[in-house]
Design a protein around this ligand. Structure first.
Ligand SMILES: [Zn+2]
Ligand SMILES: [Zn+2]
Length: 94
């Protein structure tokens, strides 16, 4: 157990059987909540491809929707991704 390496002051632990999506790294777990620690100080994520349009997008742990709790996609830091395949109704096209 240790404090989060990004300096947010959260106490985290690592479980051997909880790995990041690529299966390589252990992800930090918040000791208090037993949930994966999405650090607000971590900064911007690596670029991934939008599942709808295929453009490169990134995420920020402190930029989340207050409604869904999900992270907003960004084209680049501070520029929100307005996906052209995202319908107004909010439904998925596939
Ligand atoms: Zn942290
Ligand atoms: Zn998109």
């Amino acid at each position: 157990m240790q404090f989060c390496k990004y300096g947010c002051g959260t106490y985290v632990g690592f479980l051997a059987d909880v790995k990041s999506l690529d299966g390589l790294k252990s992800v930090p777990i918040e000791v208090k909540t037993s949930k994966v620690h999405e650090c607000p100080k971590r900064g911007w994520s690596e670029y991934v491809r939008c599942i709808r349009c295929g453009n490169e997008i990134c995420f920020h742990n402190s930029e989340t929707s207050s409604i869904t709790g999900k992270k907003y996609p960004f084209d680049s830091p501070k520029k929100r991704h307005q996906c052209r395949f995202f319908t107004k109704s909010g439904g998925d096209i596939n």
